[in-house]
Design a protein around this ligand. Structure first.
Ligand SMILES: *Cc1c(COP(=O)(O)O)cnc(C)c1O
Length: 363
């Protein structure tokens, strides 16, 4: 088992014990029939986690950022108008990735801490090829309304970042009209970092770039892992699948689906609510707009005169708790506290509140 330390930062969270144990199992070869079974089951479980019936749903062998890259590089044709909702670091990053793919980017900027303004995004351009938004902005702790974007997208494709929402808060890709989605393993799925759960529907796949500028992330070549609806996939060699990571994701997803997706969402919500109420009782001010706060990633303002880095260091050294610094312009004025996956437990919320109270009392 990993060294006992409570990892509450927005980065790799403390994995579910099942996912950690799977990493210690003997390795399977990537063409072993047992591995192919695990991969197929993993894709089935990912469909449930995404809320999709898309045949093309799979874990890309790369981190969440590569999922972002795969989403854009396969769907942006040179000169396409891509409207990007920017309400934090990851939305900002989308504009960079889309531009590198040759998009004409229409960025719709928001104040950090605010949710995406659906009307402003939908009216930013009369006929965009793609509308892109982050469901759960990890940089600010804000949830945005993807369903409303899907309802108003018209002919555009809706591209969604679900890295910090999958396995943590309600996510219904098909019902909400998400055409292309990517996620990561290390946030609420409670698995080590390194895979990008990805989904794309037929509508988006049919419009894809025939020869994308990435060889590795060309979804047209990943057919061997994707399979055809109904039929069994022909496995052609594309790259060596990271078998240990896929087995770990399989274990993490099994853990989540055994508990039940809705129960997992409710657990994250209850734990986030109690952390946020406790922080306010301590006199701290939450950063994200009320009514749009993520339960799994809480942002809180660093009190006036308090040394942000010193508090984070004390938390780690005295209590074994890691919280995140703020992102971008809020690096030293906001803290980010993740209670995701295995850490979304009432005792973890109490622990972080008590530790913060102790450290702030000393400073
Ligand atoms: C963490 C994160 C990413 C990037 O994922 P990596 O696995 O770090 O590459 C992208 N988008 C959001 C919203 C994230 O929180």
């Amino acid at each position: 088992m990993i060294r006992e330390r409570h990892l509450l930062g927005p980065g790799p969270s403390n994995p579910y014990p099942e996912a950690t144990r799977a990493l210690a199992e003997p390795l399977l070869g990537h063409l072993d029939p047992e591995f192919l079974r695990i991969m197929d089951e993993t894709c089935d479980m990912l469909r449930e986690a995404w809320g999709t019936s898309n045949a093309r749903t799979l874990p890309l062998s790369a981190t969440g950022s590569a999922g972002m890259e795969a989403a854009f590089v396969n769907t942006v044709h040179p000169g396409d108008v891509v409207v990007v909702a920017v309400n934090g670091l990851f939305g900002q990053r989308m504009t960079d990735v889309a531009a590198r793919c040759g998009a004409e980017v229409v960025a719709v900027d928001h104040d950090w801490g605010q949710p995406v303004d659906v009307d402003r995004v939908l009216s930013a351009h009369p006929s965009p090829a793609i509308i892109a938004a982050v469901h759960a902005e990890t940089s600010t702790g804000v949830r945005s309304d993807i369903a409303a974007l899907g309802a108003g997208k018209g002919d555009a494709l809706l591209l969604t970042d679900a890295v910090t929402s999958i396995g943590g808060i309600e996510l219904r890709a098909d019902d909400w009209g998400v055409d292309i989605g990517y996620a990561g393993t290390q946030k609420c799925l409670g698995v080590a970092p390194g895979l990008a759960p990805f989904t794309i529907n037929d509508r988006a796949f049919d419009r894809r770039v025939e020869t994308p500028r990435s060889w590795y992330l060309d979804l047209g070549m990943l057919g061997g892992y994707v399979g055809e609806a109904g039929g069994r996939a022909q496995r052609t060699y594309h790259h060596t699948a990271p078998t240990a990571m896929v087995a770990s994701l399989h274990a993490g997803l099994t853990r989540i689906l055994d508990e039940g997706l809705e129960a997992v969402w409710a657990r994250h919500q209850a734990v986030g609510d109690s952390l946020q109420a406790g922080l306010e009782e301590m006199g701290l001010e939450l950063f994200a707009a009320e009514g749009h706060r993520l339960p799994d990633l809480t942002t809180v303002r660093v009190p006036e005169g308090v040394d942000s880095a010193a508090v984070r260091r004390e938390l780690l050294e005295r209590h074994g708790i890691e919280i995140g610094a703020g992102a971008g312009a809020y690096a030293t004025s906001v803290w980010r506290i993740g209670l995701m996956g295995h850490n979304a437990r009432p005792d973890a919320a109490l622990l972080v509140l008590a530790a913060l109270e102790d450290v702030l009392g000393r400073s």
